[in-house]
Design a protein around this ligand. Structure first.
Ligand code: HSE
Length: 349
């Protein structure tokens, strides 16, 4: 069965997914009987394309590498999608699944939420790595999907391709969670690691994180804890069945941590980490993001660089810590592939 995909947003993550689809084509066919056709792409900056018989992904990626627009693909031939915006492309395309991969706006969750709703209203499953809709409207969108017999899957919103939500559908299934605690922002962990290990200044470490592509478009979201806050809200609402908003959680970033404080903690056998945590206490979700001084024996203290980690304290398994990449082109592209494969698996039954 061929799975038809529409891509909304074709920046880093979208191109990461397309690269994986080329690289793993044979493997996916052989292992999962998974064939795909990308039938639509719309990007706010690069244009739109609707090709029901499937886009030649290699040709498209080649154009993008040369700095050309998506709509250069048809080179002078009529392109009915050229004047269309993302909502029109979602409505008009014949995709089974829409991959919503636009930039995250934590304040409004737009335009991503409108894209998700349009896809669900027009009978398409949605997979996304965009933190906005999952942070602010998860319950509403999940309900909307279920009412329409559709999937709304969000593996890439937390820890990119390192599995989190999928773990609770399979490997961790049956456990009740007592507490989730971890490092959910790669940029701040990278900055703290550089300040401690190399004695780097905060400003220089931040600049390097931006250069390496870890930081959000506005790095305030990273260093003031908003990005980690969004992720802990998502974890609270999805895994602890909470119904909290970002304003319900305490938030503090890393800007109050100077190098002296970090080095002093190191001398005493401790390490500062920006820790996000959540648990249910007497029917209420207690979630927070704040720097914490951890003893070096804590598994979270050993997570360095741009990595992320989560310790799940569960009733059946006790404490399990997972660690892995929390950002990146291929890594986040992989999270989208995994959600697409899950939908494909259900549709093929
Ligand atoms: N800016 C984020 C981080 C990217 O540093 O973790 C992934 O959400």
């Amino acid at each position: 069965m061929t799975c038809k995909i529409g891509l909304i947003g074709c920046g880093t993550v979208g191109q990461g997914l397309l690269e994986i689809l080329i690289q793993k084509k044979e493997y996916l066919k052989k292992t999962f009987d998974f064939d795909t056709k990308v039938v639509a792409i719309s990007d706010m900056l690069k244009g739109s394309l609707l090709i029901p018989e499937g886009i030649d992904i290699e040709k498209l990626l080649h154009l993008l590498e040369q700095g050309k627009r998506i709509d250069a693909y048809l080179e002078g031939k009529p392109n009915e999608a050229k004047q269309m915006d993302a909502l029109q492309v979602i409505e008009q395309c014949d995709a089974d699944i829409i991959a919503e991969l636009t930039y995250t706006d934590i304040q409004t969750a737009e335009p991503a939420t409108s894209h998700v709703k349009k896809a669900l209203q027009t009978g398409k499953h949605v997979v996304t790595s965009n933190k906005g809709p999952a942070t602010l409207f998860y319950d509403e969108l999940k309900k909307m999907a279920e009412e329409n017999n559709l999937f709304f899957r969000i593996e890439g919103t937390v820890m990119s391709g390192t599995p989190v939500f999928n773990l609770f559908e399979h490997g961790f299934a049956g456990n009740s969670i007592k507490e989730i605690k971890g490092i959910l922002n790669g940029t701040t962990n990278f900055i703290l690691s550089k300040m401690e290990e190399e004695g780097m200044d905060y400003e220089d470490a931040l600049k390097l994180a931006q250069k390496l592509g870890y930081a959000e478009a506005d790095p305030t979201a990273d260093v003031e804890g908003f990005d980690a806050l969004a992720k802990i809200v998502i974890l609270s609402n999805v895994l602890l069945q909470g119904n909290i908003k970002p304003s319900d959680a305490r938030r503090e970033g890393i800007t109050s941590l100077c190098r002296e404080k970090i080095l002093e903690a190191k001398k005493d056998g401790y390490r500062y980490k920006l820790i996000a945590s959540t648990k249910e206490e007497k029917g209420r979700i207690e979630a927070s993001v704040a720097p914490q001084k951890l003893p070096l024996s804590d598994p979270l203290a050993g997570i360095m660089g741009a990595n992320n980690a989560l310790t799940f304290d569960m009733d059946l398994l006790g404490k399990v810590t997972i660690q892995g990449p929390g950002a990146g082109k291929i890594e986040t592209g992989h999270s989208i592939l995994v959600d697409i494969l899950t939908i494909h698996h259900h549709l093929s039954k």
